[in-house]
Structure formats: C-alpha cells, structure tokens
Design a protein around this ligand. Structure first.
Ligand SMILES: [Fe+2]
Length: 264
C-alpha cells in the first residue's frame, strides 16, 4: 500500500506536532499495511511556506528515527501546493515540491472556492513538464456539485487523489457519495490518508482497501494503491482509464475548449 498524501513531518504545518507523533503515525500506517508514504506538508502563501530543503531535511530526520525504531516504511518528500500563481516561481520544472522530487505534484484548491486561474495554473505546470494531482476533490463542494468540471480537468491531463477517510465516510455523506462516484467513473488515480495526527485524522488505510475493493473490485485496488503510486514516485507514466461519468455530455465543455486553445 502506498499513501500518497500525509502530514507526517513535524514543525512545518498543522500535521504531526513533534517527532514522537511522526513515529506513532508511521507505526500506525505500517500496522495497517502501508509500506510507502509520501510526506506532503502544506505549501500555502502567507500561511506555511517551507523550503524544499526543509522538507527534504524533515524526511531525513524522520527516516533515521523510524529506522532506529525498527520500522520498515519508505518515506518520500513532496508537498501539498495550494493553487496560486506566485508559487510557480519556485516550481520551474520537475523537482522541488513534487512527489519524490519527480514530475508529479500534489495540488490543493481553497476549501470552498475554485479560483478563476485554476486551469491556467494546471496548464503552466504541464508546460513545465509537471503533472498536477488534485488532492481530495471529493471534499470540495463545487466539485461534489459538478463532477463534470473535474472530468474536464482529467481529460486535460490532471490526475486525482482521493482521501481514504472520504471513502469510509469520516468526512460525511456527501464526500463519501462523491468519492464513490469518482471511483466508479474511473476518475481516481491514487489514494492518500491526508493524515494530520495519530487520532481522528490518522494514517490507517486498511479498511479503505477493503471498501475500494467492494466498490470497484480488487484489480482497481491494486491499480490505485500500488501500481499508479509506484509509477508516480518513480516519474513513470500512469494508467489513465477512460472516464465513465453517467451524466457526462459528449460535447467538450468550455474548460476543455480553453485547454485546447492554450495548447494551440
Ligand atoms: Fe493534506
């Protein structure tokens, strides 16, 4: 099992409060079947803006402590980058803030809004050789109300990470129903715990694998929790099946047209 989204590093954002908490979270993850975890601290202008070097150093510190504790879980650096244009100065190509310093970048929207420059943000990353992975869109009210918009982003090359706790229902009925719809529609490419602590928002994903299996079968469990994540970590291409969204119009929407215009 690969966990592609976590806040296990301490002293950077609102995740683990200290190194002991980081280790408790890693032990919990390992006990639930996770063997690989990406540390993705928030990167948000005016709130948390850790340097890439700080994130790498945080990973090294946790790795060493985990080894001393006898844990056998692989830890990779990354970031959860908020959609805002200024951060693009720091992200000129594959490397800083990307998963394992490669070519996939976890990106998050503001909690309630979709900024007007979101498509341009994705497009600029793509022109720099980076594939955006949108974090937990199932929790976003604008997307839950209109998954067609997400489908257009995916058709334009954006990938999707869904939270395990959304699938099991911890974020409420709407997020659970949206997560299920996205899974059934082939609109999910990897899973993360988005763990912030060892308590309510913890890194356990064992139950999540079972639930995904009951919704879309074991073949998709392997694709979403092992094959795709391994390819993302090693900057290889990812399996992107055709979207099967029941009420999706076959006519390209305004966003698809805009991407086509941008690409020329
Ligand atoms: Fe997160």
């Amino acid at each position: 099992m690969f966990d592609m989204h976590s806040h296990i590093l301490s002293g950077i954002d609102d995740g683990a409060k200290d190194l002991d908490t980081s280790l408790t979270m890693l032990r919990m993850a390992q006990e639930s079947g996770t063997r690989h975890i990406v540390a993705t601290p928030h990167v948000i202008e005016g709130k948390w803006l850790p340097s890439w070097e700080r994130i790498i150093a945080g990973c090294e510190q946790v790795k060493q402590a985990a080894e001393q504790e006898g844990l056998s879980i692989e830890i990779y650096p990354g970031g959860e980058v908020a959609v805002y244009m200024d951060i693009l100065k720091e992200i000129q190509g594959p490397g800083p803030y990307c998963i394992n310093g490669g070519r996939y970048l976890l990106v998050e929207l503001p909690a309630m809004e979709i900024p007007s420059f979101t498509e341009e943000f994705f497009f600029r990353l793509q022109t720099r050789g980076i594939t955006p992975i949108l974090a937990h869109p199932e929790r976003h009210p604008r997307i839950a109300g209109n998954p067609n918009r997400l489908a257009e982003w995916i058709r334009a090359g954006v990938l999707v990470q869904v939270n395990g706790a959304s699938i099991t229902g911890r974020f409420g009925k709407k997020a659970m129903e949206t997560a299920e719809l996205l899974l059934k529609s082939n609109m999910v490419h990897c899973i993360g715990s988005d763990a912030h602590s060892a308590h309510t928002r913890n890194p356990r994903l064992g139950e999540v694998r079972q639930k995904i299996g009951s919704i879309v079968g074991q073949e998709n469990v392997a694709r979403l929790t092992r094959h795709n994540p391994a390819n993302m970590i090693h900057s290889r291409d990812v399996d992107i099946p055709e979207i099967k969204l029941a009420d999706q119009s076959h006519k390209p929407g305004a966003i698809t047209k805009m991407f086509r215009m941008l690409w020329g």
